[in-house]
Design a protein around this ligand. Structure first.
Ligand code: MLT
Length: 412
């Protein structure tokens, strides 16, 4: 019989969001008339920007004509898209990122997991707690951890706790680690990072020869002009950071699929013989071998994000979800709850009331007012006693959800 990857047996239950969906489906089956509003998974609800739709329609027309038809594209992505990203997302902010350091992919969730292909087994890995579960689970799958304890913490990982006492941002590790996952604006807490804070991480990485895996999937939600959007705004980051970005949340591509990963050519890792190796070469090799690129049609849609019309439409979309976040913050505060995040981020992080556990509060909201959120404990042990609400929904649903909470549940 074929041997399995035993590391999968170490994983706790199901992945968080399918587990929530399972519980919600069970509730819906028992209560078929319940009008359930989902503010759980951060999935967009508003239509794709017109500029992206037009570009994809034109791209379909290209595919209908032999002279403009496209077969396999470059595994790294089409240069016309990578050039636009380099100029608009990076060079315009003073980051010296060139198009050939940008790799187009079908999602930053996938890339956050796939990146482990180019790293060895013996790295010391730091994650924040709470954390986007993909960083942890993919390390478990890759055999980089031992078993989980009762709190769900995996042996071998270095957990950096986040709490309201430390502005919802993790402190630097007190030991030397090799890989560090950072996510700003943060999923799940909605916290942001100042330039000084990111500088402290880049300094740490330089001193400890560590690499920062920087997830900037929510950077478009930063409205505070003092906050950095990219780790490469910090001097020295080209030598110590990989950045992940996505078109999912800014342009509504969760179902369309397009993202990018930046691997600077100046970034190096160490081989077992002690020699230094360019990580760019390894990632390029990995992508050319295991990936055949994102579809031409989708890349044309992503390119339109950088047109004048696309930029305006994306600003509107982002503002729309940020207004939702503001409504959620204001209404929950009125209901007597303590809230964090939701200002430069689409997630609102809520302290559960009355000492309820995260899952108890999940059940209470689902059963009393038919609203779905995400239990903070699903993001890690330090998320216990917190709850995440996503601002990705229609305005009507957000208003209705908040009305149900403020009318039926008072925590003052
Ligand atoms: C979330 O809800 O945390 C996100 O939707 C997950 C993701 O983007 O993969």
């Amino acid at each position: 019989m074929a041997r399995i990857n035993d590391n999968y047996l170490k994983l706790k239950a199901g992945y968080l969001f399918p587990e929530i969906a399972r519980r919600v489906n069970a509730f819906a089956q028992e209560n078929p008339d319940a009008n359930i509003i989902k503010l759980g998974i951060g999935d967009v609800t508003e239509p794709l920007p017109q500029a992206c739709r037009d570009a994809m329609t034109n791209a379909i027309a290209d595919m209908a004509d032999r002279s403009s038809f496209k077969g396999y594209g470059p595994e790294q992505g089409y240069l016309w898209l990578r050039e636009k990203i380099a100029v608009n997302d990076f060079q315009s902010r003073g980051c010296a990122i060139s198009p050939d350091e940008i790799f187009i992919s079908d999602g930053s969730k996938c890339d956050c997991g796939n990146i482990l292909d180019i790293f060895g087994k013996d790295n010391k890995i730091a994650v924040t707690d709470p954390v986007y579960p993909v960083y942890v689970d993919t390390n478990v799958m890759a055999g980089h951890t031992g078993e989980a304890n009762d709190k769900g913490e995996y042996e071998g990982l270095v957990y950096l706790p986040i709490s309201a006492n430390n502005d919802l941002t993790a402190q630097l590790p007190t030991e030397s680690v090799d890989l560090i996952y950072l996510c700003f604006p943060n999923n799940p807490t909605g916290a942001t990072a100042t330039k000084e804070y990111l500088e402290s991480w880049v300094n740490y990485a330089q001193k400890n020869d560590a690499i920062i895996l920087f997830d900037a999937a929510y950077e478009a939600f930063i409205t505070d002009t003092s906050l950095p959007h990219s780790i490469y705004e910090i001097e020295g980051a080209r030598e110590c950071a990989i950045e992940f970005r996505s078109f999912s949340k800014n342009a509504g591509f969760t179902g369309t699929r397009c993202a990018l990963t930046v691997v600077p050519k100046t970034l190096k890792g160490k081989a077992s013989d002690g020699s230094e190796v360019e990580l760019w070469k390894l990632w390029n090799r990995r992508q050319s071998t295991k990936f055949n690129g994102v579809s031409y049609i989708v890349q044309r849609g992503a390119e339109a994000v950088y047109s004048d019309a696309g930029k305006a439409q994306i600003n509107e979309l982002v503002s729309f979800y940020l207004e939702n976040a503001q409504i959620i913050r204001e209404e929950l505060t009125k209901a007597g709850l303590t809230v964090y995040g939701g200002v430069n981020a689409p997630y609102v992080w809520v302290k559960t009331p009355e000492g309820l556990s995260s899952w108890d509060f999940f059940d209470k909201l689902l059963h009393h007012v038919n609203i779905v959120g995400t239990p903070g404990s699903g993001f890690g042990a330090a998320g216990e006693g917190y709850f995440r609400l996503s601002a990705f929904n229609s305005r009507d649903n957000v208003i209705e959800a908040m009305k149900r909470i403020t009318t039926n549940m008072n925590f003052n």
